[in-house]
Design a protein around this ligand. Structure first.
Ligand SMILES: Nc1nc2c(c(=O)[nH]1)N[C@H]1C(S)=C(S)[C@@H](COP(=O)(O)OP(=O)(O)OC[C@H]3O[C@@H](n4cnc5c(=O)[nH]c(N)nc54)[C@H](O)[C@@H]3O)O[C@H]1N2
Ligand SMILES: Nc1nc2c(c(=O)[nH]1)N[C@H]1C(S)=C(S)[C@@H](COP(=O)(O)OP(=O)(O)OC[C@H]3O[C@@H](n4cnc5c(=O)[nH]c(N)nc54)[C@H](O)[C@@H]3O)O[C@H]1N2
Ligand code: SF4
Ligand SMILES: [Mo]
Length: 693
């Protein structure tokens, strides 16, 4: 390993910046100043030398011929993507003058930042940018698009968003992957599960789609979308009835188990089968496996919480390990997210004290279209997008596009590419890749903190988010000391979080030595002694939910837009449920413009059950129209039995395409989930017809 990061030849340490639980430690190979390949770090305990196909192709993204290298200003109509080169001085002057005008005319809340985790580095996603917008007094963005409903739901039960450490799952004997396509989205969990399997573990996948993960499982259980809570309650029904619960654990560590025992009487396997589509025998078999095999581990994916009832679904599943006392065992329990263990000092990073208007309105990022089109007093007059591609990723894309077309909206987009969002910008600013930056990375799954130092020089005139917002602060005349901080200052401030004992011993110096350091987590689950729930215990019954007017006990609540065996809650004109999860070779919309990866994914498809296809005279390869009241897409049909009848699946977030007809989020709704204001991408109904003449 070479120490001097910007040397021309050698192997350099790096970190994967993408929004993926694995947060891999990377080895970047360079020859004559250029990256030639990217591989997994064999010494990192979780990465173990393996990385996904996407990031093995990272060099093609970094050196992509279409990478933005200088600032540009719009010259054509909004959305036409016609720009001309300008200097950074001109770009900064334009932004500051427009911001000053808007603030004078309408107040600072007329400016909205829109960002997510295109780069997970905390300096570039939660650092200087936050300081800038706090000081500016802009509207605040509630970052709800990914995992919030499930994380809030999980925390009602467990108090924290933390579960098993990945490395202990090799000791699990039963691994249930519930609503996660881990072969594509969390490959190192699959590697660990393979190890467990070699030691005799069984892998069960519960999903609405038999994707690569479902195919790899020992047992795949298909169910109807949005009915997971009913299945979990049915399992509880059987566990209590057959005496397969751990009374000692329930008495010592949980709150409300008598109430739960009564409550689940209503979820007989017959009723649950009618709701979920899972046969009664399979409900018994699954419950029995769960009751008899220890240690068991449930990996809760992100998919099942992108529904109207997603928060409650995760809250309900999170109750299961307590019933059989799994939390006491190594390799026993559940994981939704492990973000809680790696909490950095967010206050120090983002400096909310710089905000003079702490009451500034908060806008839910899932409702961007509505915010742009409908908000008043003041309306949004400037939008600043970075680390995100909302035209492709946000729900109700037609509304988002309508908003971006507003002539009176000043839109700035900072990105590495002229994304579908950037095409609507007034100003486009070039962003560095993470390999050009200094940054600090935590994982929301494994317990290693990592340091990124630049491995290549900055390309063209691009700037990191950190540098951009520091420069903008200066240009706006913000003289506060947080804007003088260097990258190393921020790293030290972030690591200094007395509220998180697991960060003890992690220092910038230590990180510089090896690139990564492990959180100070022991073998035990010390938090079980006192969880940060109101009762200090695992809350099977939640007073807090009751006070909020929600069911205090885990509950199955039918989708607002969707079907189950009991109710039909959507217009009959849209009889198919559309699920739109990520694909294997893209990371959300990132990589969708990299040719090699595009070729592997070929084209956007709609997977349909043979029964649903036959009704409509559709065959594999047919061009089809998919539509609902919100919009329309044109895709290629793929007839398969990978789902139950009534469910259709389109994987991957594709860029618009020449005809603008591949944006799957034209069909999804900006309705919010039951908890945390989360997204409901998968509670979508559509109709389909063949375009063959
Ligand atoms: N290759 C790749 N990896 C990624 C990403 C990517 O885009 N591509 N994205 C990253 C990000 S940001 C995230 S949040 C994670 C997401 O990764 P995961 O946690 O795996 O979540 P999803 O892929 O959204 O959905 C997982 C599964 O949920 C299923 N599902 C949908 N509705 C239901 C339901 O009602 N019940 C059940 N049981 N299953 C349901 C879908 O069929 C899908 O197989 O992956 C990260 N990793
Ligand atoms: N239908 C449907 N929609 C979904 C999902 C789904 O499953 N189905 N998944 C949802 C989920 S879970 C998520 S997390 C969101 C993800 O939504 P986004 O976070 O918007 O994800 P990306 O599409 O990867 O876009 C990230 C953008 O940031 C840019 N970028 C990368 N690094 C930097 C940097 O350092 N600086 C700047 N300025 N820009 C940078 C990238 O080039 C890219 O254009 O999508 C959501 N949308
Ligand atoms: S996308 Fe995920 S699996 Fe791939 S290299 Fe990055 S962290 Fe690892
Ligand atoms: Mo996500």
């Amino acid at each position: 390993m070479t120490a001097n990061r910007i040397q021309d030849n050698g192997i350099f340490h790096s970190v994967c910046p993408l929004d993926c639980p694995d947060t891999c430690s990377l080895h970047v190979y360079k020859e004559e100043g250029r990256i030639t390949k990217v591989r997994g770090n064999p010494e990192h305990p979780v990465t173990q030398g393996a990385i996904c196909n996407k990031v093995r192709h990272m060099a093609e993204r970094i050196y992509h011929p279409e990478r933005l290298l200088y600032p540009m200003k719009r010259v054509g109509k909004k959305g036409h993507g016609e720009f001309e080169r300008i200097t950074w001085e001109e770009a900064i002057a334009e932004i500051t003058s427009r911001f000053h005008q808007i603030i004078n005319r309408s107040g600072s809340e007329a400016i909205l930042p829109y960002s997510f985790y295109g780069n997970m580095g905390v300096l570039n996603a939660d650092g200087m940018d936050r300081r800038f917008f706090h000081r500016l007094g802009s509207s605040q963005l509630n970052q709800t698009i990914c995992s919030i409903a499930g994380n809030v739901g999980y925390a009602y039960t467990m108090g924290i968003t933390g579960g098993l450490q990945p490395e202990e799952t090799v000791d699990s004997k039963l691994i249930i992957i519930w609503g996660g396509n881990l072969v594509s989205t969390n490959m190192h969990q699959v590697m660990l599960a393979e190890k467990a399997r070699k030691r005799g573990a069984k892998v069960v996948v519960i999903d609405v789609h038999q994707n690569q993960t479902g195919k790899w499982a020992d047992w795949f259980i298909p169910l109807r979308p949005g009915t997971d809570a009913a299945l979990a309650l049915g399992m509880m029904h059987v566990l209590f009835k057959q005496g397969m619960v751990n009374e000692d654990f329930l008495t010592q560590y949980t709150h409300g188990y008598d109430e739960l025992r009564e409550h689940v009487l209503a979820y007989s396997p017959d009723r649950v089968a009618a709701i979920t589509g899972v046969p009664v025998d399979d409900i018994f078999k699954l419950s029995q496996m769960y009751g008899e095999i220890s240690p068991s581990f449930i990996r809760i994916g992100n998919g099942l919480q992108h529904h109207d009832n997603g928060g409650m679904a995760v809250r309900t599943i999170a109750c299961l390990p307590a019933l059989t006392g799994q939390w006491k065992l190594r390799g026993g329990g559940a994981t939704k997210s492990n973000g809680w263990y790696a909490r950095l000092n967010e206050t120090a990073l983002s400096c909310p004290q710089l905000r003079k208007n702490p009451e500034a309105r908060v806008i839910n990022m899932n409702q961007l279209g509505e915010a742009l089109n409908q908000l008043k007093n003041p309306p949004i007059e400037a939008l600043f997008v970075y680390n995100s591609n909302p035209v492709v990723v946000a729900p109700d894309a037609n509304e988002v596009i309508n908003g971006l077309l507003r002539e009176d909206l000043f839109t700035v987009v900072h990105d590495l590419f002229l994304t579908d969002t950037a095409k609507y910008a007034d100003l486009v600013l070039p962003a560095t890749s993470s390999f050009e930056n200094t940054d600090l990375y935590k994982s929301y799954w494994h317990p290693y903190i990592q340091l990124q130092e630049p491995v290549i020089p900055v390309l063209g005139e691009s700037k990191s988010n950190f540098e951009l917002f520091k420069r903008l602060a200066q240009a706006m005349g913000f003289e506060d000391s947080p804007f003088q901080d260097t990258e190393e200052d921020l790293i030290q401030q972030a690591l200094d979080n007395p509220a998180n004992p697991y960060l003890q011993g992690i220092t910038l110096e230590g990180l510089k030595e090896k690139g990564w350091m492990k959180l100070a987590l022991g073998q035990e689950k010390p938090y079980l002694k006192r969880l940060p729930t109101p009762s200090g215990r695992i809350e099977l019954f939640s007073e807090r939910l009751k006070l909020e007017g929600k069911p205090a006990l885990p509950e199955y609540i039918p989708l607002e837009e969707g079907y189950d065996g009991e109710s039909l809650s959507s217009a009959e004109s849209f009889p198919l449920m559309l699920i739109t999860p990520p694909n294997h070779n893209y990371l959300n919309s990132t990589f969708a413009n990299v040719e090699k990866l595009q070729n592997m994914e070929k084209m956007p498809t709609l997977q349909m059950h043979p029964e649903d296809a036959a009704h409509r005279g559709i065959k594999t390869g047919d061009q089809i129209k998919v539509w609902n009241a919100r919009g329309e897409c044109q895709l290629s049909a793929w007839v398969t039995e990978a789902m139950l009848p009534g469910v259709v699946v389109s994987q991957g977030l594709w860029w618009e395409g020449p005809s603008g007809s591949q944006l799957i989020n034209k069909l999804t709704s900006n309705r919010l989930a039951d908890m945390g204001g989360g997204a409901t991408f998968f509670s979508t109904t559509v109709q389909v017809e063949s375009l063959r003449t």
